[in-house]
Design a protein around this ligand. Structure first.
Ligand SMILES: Cc1ncc(COP(=O)(O)O)c(C=O)c1O
Length: 383
């Protein structure tokens, strides 16, 4: 469909094309110097000792829970208001995701109070998502986790470049997991990064990314090794040199692009102020943090027909989405007892995501605000 305003847009320029072409010409396509350089640069940007480039964030999350010892019989507390990968990655270790509520109608991040309520003797760890790029209440979450010996995985799919009290997301918990999917703030098409400051965990992550093998193909190509041992039951969660080259260029542009997103979010707040039945989520966010503004979710007043609104906007050429249908409501999860998430229950049918991407213009936001007002008018006339 030819959208007037798409939900997101990729931003690939000649720098990215040159970088990928350089790799293709080099003839070395996997786990080489580009990957190493991207990992070094990303680790330094996030402020951690170790970063491993992987196929995607789902792989990163699976590796994280696996490396931190989640397994059969364990529980890991996570949000339901997230992309399903946050929970699937726990399930694939044999552990059970236990869903916690959101903090409130204006803050869709996991509630520290509800984490406390959901802890049982089987709880092994907590997975948090910095929803839309707004850092969670990490002081409270880390305090709870440390006091009880639980690990903390940060799902940073939305939050590359976001910081909390001067520290980057992905450096706050035991392991951080990033997504470089097409619609993300930093995109390599597919890709992810796993970050940690813990040397013990880092070695395990390095091994399980590539079958648990002690050497990689590059080591053997360079004549550093003839053979290898296998120390862990690993996976193949590697990415490519082309993706790493793309990632390095995109990392260099991340700060500027996040800044543009911040400007657009404040323009949205301005333009939507007069539309009383639409409330920007995180409109009152006041944590000591710098968000990365990944998406722009709004909350509709009770009684507004969300589907009718999304159809109306589609007819006007504005693409919208829903972030998210809570994970526990999906068919695959329906066999389990419904979690107690009263705040989420009250808002899950009222959430809509409006377009947001760095190349968006103020005029496009003005246009969307106009469409929202026109929708209200059309409903009044229908009534
Ligand atoms: C919160 C969250 N976690 C995990 C993922 C999974 O990322 P990937 O597609 O890189 O596996 C996504 C992707 O959209 C996400 O939004």
């Amino acid at each position: 469909m030819d959208w007037k305003v798409p939900l997101f847009d990729t931003d690939i320029g000649s720098d990215e094309i040159d970088a990928v072409t350089r790799v293709l010409r080099s003839g070395w396509l996997t786990m080489g110097e580009e990957t190493k350089a991207f990992e070094r640069e990303f680790a330094s940007y996030v402020g951690v000792k170790h970063a491993y480039f992987v196929s995607n964030c789902t792989a990163a999350l699976h590796m994280a829970h696996h490396a931190l010892g989640a397994g059969v019989g364990d529980e890991v507390i996570c949000p339901s208001m997230t992309f399903v990968a946050t929970a699937n990655s726990i399930i694939h270790t044999g552990a059970t995701p236990v869903f916690a509520d959101v903090t409130g109608e204006g803050d869709f991040n996991i509630s520290p109070e509800d984490i406390l309520k959901k802890i049982t003797p089987r709880t092994k760890g907590v997975a948090v998502v910095h929803y839309a790029g707004y850092p969670c209440d990490m002081d409270a979450i880390l305090r709870i986790a440390r006091e009880r010996g639980l690990y903390v995985v940060e799902d940073c799919a939305h939050s590359p470049g976001a910081s909390y009290k001067g520290r980057m997301t992905g450096s706050l918990g035991d392991i951080g997991c990033f997504s470089f999917f097409s619609n993300k703030n930093l995109s390599t098409g597919e890709g992810g990064m796993v970050t940690t400051d813990r040397d013990d965990v880092a070695e395990k992550l390095r091994l399980i990314r590539s079958h648990g093998m002690t050497t990689v193909t590059l080591d053997r190509h360079k004549g550093h090794a003839f053979t290898y041992d296998v120390l862990e039951y690993g996976f193949n969660y590697r990415s490519t040199e082309m993706n790493a080259a793309l990632g390095r260029v995109q990392l260099g542009k991340l700060e500027a692009k996040n800044k543009k997103r911040a400007g657009l979010v404040s323009t949205y707040a301005d333009k939507l102020r007069k539309i009383k039945w639409v409330r920007p989520v995180f409109g009152d966010y006041s944590r000591e943090a710098a968000p990365s503004y990944h998406i722009y979710p709004v909350l509709l007043e009770k009684g507004v027909d969300r589907e009718a609104l999304m159809v109306f906007l589609k007819e006007k050429g504005v693409q919208t989405s829903i972030h998210y249908r809570p994970v526990h409501t999906f068919t695959a999860f329906s066999g389990k007892a419904k979690p107690s998430v009263p705040v989420l229950d009250g808002l899950m049918d009222r959430v809509v995501t409006l377009p947001l991407y760095p190349a968006m213009t103020e005029e496009q936001i003005e246009y969307i605000a106009g469409c929202l007002s026109a929708f209200a008018l059309s409903r009044e006339q229908d009534a």
